[in-house]
Design a protein around this ligand. Sequence first.
Ligand code: 16G
Length: 240
Amino acid sequence: MIDKQSTVPMYVQIEEHLKLRILQGEFSVGIAIPSERELTEMFGVSRMTVRQSITNMVNTGLLYREKGRGTFVASSKVEQPLSGLTSFTEDMLSRGMIPSNILVGFDKIIPELDVANKLQLSEGEKVFLVKRIRYADDKPMAIEKTYLPVKLVPTLDKDALNGSLYAFIEKDEQMTISHAMQRMEAALVNEEDAEFLQIDVPSAIMIIERISYLTNDVPFEIVHSSYRADRYQFLSEIQR
Ligand code: 16G
């Protein structure tokens, strides 16, 4: 299968071979490809060569690694439009995926000045600081750190946060979510978040900061989200 005399490097030949088998459906989405050891035997090359091929395919998004489980064929990424003010729950349900959360932090704190200013709070006013890992079909997609003024959502509790925050605000609290401002930037994941997202360090993530407002321009949340770059693609329509 591998031509060791060829001018095409062996790791490239292995990549081509694996890509072909993915294309032919022999290795399908979510299915583990053979282990590094098996591939090493299969191709009669060194483990380093196999590792280089796999790493390249992980970097281009064709494969993904799960700690302790193996390397899998990646599904095409979630396409996230940047035009609508939707919630994670709505986004996943609309794609036929099942959303779930793990609440890893829920505190009532006096926020730092920057957060207090953005939420238009006076000195000493408290916020809920919520940290959730967001899953789609039991796969980690994103981490969200959310600040919400306590005075706006005093009854917020763990039950509400295990479901949809936006549903709690709109249905239970009968408030109207109106608009938001978002900024995005690329980053490398840190150790702690890599654990939560089940990715290696360093992997790319997309960070989004969203400030969302109720009607009358009342800010009700600041969210710092870290999205897995291998699971997301962001889409916007532009006009000339
Ligand atoms: C989205 C929003 C986040 C919001 C959350 C509510 C971005 C960048 N973030 O993830 O601001 O708090 O949805 O989701 O889009 P939920 O209603 O499912 O809890």
